[in-house]
Write a protein of this length. Sequence first.
Length: 380
Amino acid sequence: MSGELTGLVFGSGFAGQGHAEALRYWGVEVVGMVSRTEEVVKRVAGEMGIPYASTDWDQALEDLRPDVVAIGTPGGAHYDQILAAIEQGCHVFCDKPLTTSSGTSRHLFQEARDKGLKTAYAASFRYQPHALLAKKLISEGVIGEPFETECISHYELNPLIPWGWSHLIELGGGRLSNNFTHKLSIVLHALDATLLDINGEARNDMHRAPVVEGVHDFRERGEFAPSADELEGIEWRAVDSEWSYSVLAHVMPSTKVRQPVTSVFRHGGMQPKFEGDYVAFYGDESSIHIGGAYAQGPLHVKRRGSDWELVPVPADITDGLPDIEDDTQRNWTVLIGEWLADIRGEGYCGYQTFKEGWQFQAAVDAVRGGDGWFEVPADA
């Protein structure tokens, strides 16, 4: 494609605003923003200097005919919005989950593929600097043959978080859709691996949630949680999304190994932790341990017979990333940059597409079903 690309953003919250900034970083003219609440979308679009604001995505697609569309709405709305964008011939970037079922995710992947459109799926914490460092060390043979990985986290979330999209699977909620997907992406990227099969269970630790008005940015939802003396007479709604999960998977690196790598993913949304969250890789020669649920750092390596050694992120990694302090915003920006480069004819570099969005959702559905080992499909 030649000339300046135009973009339309679906969603006016944290994700929608972040996607708009990432598109602009790479020279896309953001011509419109769509969201469910007219007052909010007009205010946010005005503050960001976006000329078109609407609550009707079909009309926005018709009026603006953008080259690219970025989806930052809750997952339950994704299918219809993405399908409309695909039918309009737009390239589509979507935050996770792609949809709320493997069947609808598969359909979107096929539709975009058959129309020759470029898609991107934003399980994007694989671009954390320390995750990229782990990938570099593993490719250099530091751990030897990889044997296993661990991704462990506990968040101690407030059980009185106001009811919203995160509380229902059909709206895109659940820790598998919004936590596990990032961890799986980190592991697969670091090992240059494919997901073979998966098993596990999910647990709902919050069966109802209070209804509180005023939450727009989900990062601030804890600030709206009612106190104990405010609960009398409050409205409650049912919750069916999982807040904890235990997953065991087999992944196969592209390099020659004797057996698949065993990957453990453990998350407790409501439970406190004694020690820190981490991501770890274990091989026959050494181990890598990264602090943080999403590999925020620091990174240490332990070789046999030696102590743990701190390994700083080298300049060749940091210099290749946008100079953006916020992890989430930087990671969106990296992924959108790779996607746009492909759209502009510079070639595909291995970023995650709707194919991975479908495969990840198939894995999530299998864990939620709890029916034993599930062989992840390789092709539609």
